[in-house]
Design a protein around this ligand. Sequence first.
Ligand SMILES: [Zn+2]
Length: 396
Amino acid sequence: MHGALYFDAEHYGKLENLNSCFRFRFRFVPAQHRVTEDDMTETTALSEEVQPEVKYCGRYKCPWTDWEYPNGVNFALRSLIPDEKWTDKSNIPSAEDLDCKLPVQDPDFDKLKNPPTSGVQATWIGHATVLVQLDGITVLTDPVFSDCTGPVLIGYRRYRRPACLVDKLPPINAVIISHNHYDHLDVHSVQKLNEKFGEKLVWYVPKGIKTWMESMGCGNVVELSWWEEHPDCNDQKEDVTFALTPAQHWSGRTLLDTNRSLWGSWVIKGPRHSFFFAGDTGYCDAFRQIGKKYGPFDLSAIPIGAYYPRHFMGPQHIDPKQAVDIHQDIKSKNSLGIHWGTFKLTKEYYLEPKEELERDVKKAGLSENSFVTIKHGETKTFGETETSLSNINVSS
Ligand SMILES: [Zn+2]
């Protein structure tokens, strides 16, 4: 049989730990036959109004015409050459200055244990990690609590600590994962959450990630395609639906597993409130489709950082102006800017995402409260409809 032997290596375990481990895997992939219609799997007979995921020869593809695959080698080489378009403007100051300009506070744990009955309560842990409480359930988005995430030496190190660690979290019902990049899916954080909550916790992941989650010991994993819906399977008090929706991005943890798993954004629809998590994304037409099918949302968490240099990052990461466009496309009543101020991923000034967002919200003629940023560790309730906010206890 003809084919190719592939080798994957992935670091897992605590990066600071000298006993940390690598997972090695050899795979034999038979030589490709001529591409047929079956190889180009457009997952379904979905309505013409929504863009289905596209899989080609075992790898998912971004279906939008303006998608451009990020060339990491070009990025590394161009960073060495003086060029205005590639200048590093991040200018992250000393820890003392950061404590003043970008403070991290401990969450108000009473608020987390007793979320209001009306509205969506959100606590920003940092980067894309948000604790979201609505309609009696508590959900965590893309949990990353580690100081470093990713392969040794080239992984990302955070410059702002997480607002709290896993042992301090209130009971969590579900985790939603947007994709498997290291700054969104972290081995150590998954292991800690699994140790603390075990099978009480449901992990919602895009197609192709379930096997990895199970290899981490997670027993309750729901894997979805774009537009696929799943009722909350943790037998909660109320009727909550989780749906995976598209995003313009890509996946991969090694040089060899690019786009083997899917990526996406998430919709959570409860009986009284709704939440949208945009994950990690460039701008595309999918957001209008999401707004049409699931909008409006009481709260959306939308990335606003990691966008410069624009000509390189544009296809995979939106800037604040595009975040405002998405806020409008999906008919969000309130949005929270995430994916900034925590890890240095790109080269914009470290406070620019927040400052640009404020300008872009005004330029779009929106109320300044409609799309905001909050401090690391701050808790804010969005979309309350009742004047008196009685509290309910979170189920354990
Ligand atoms: Zn990513």
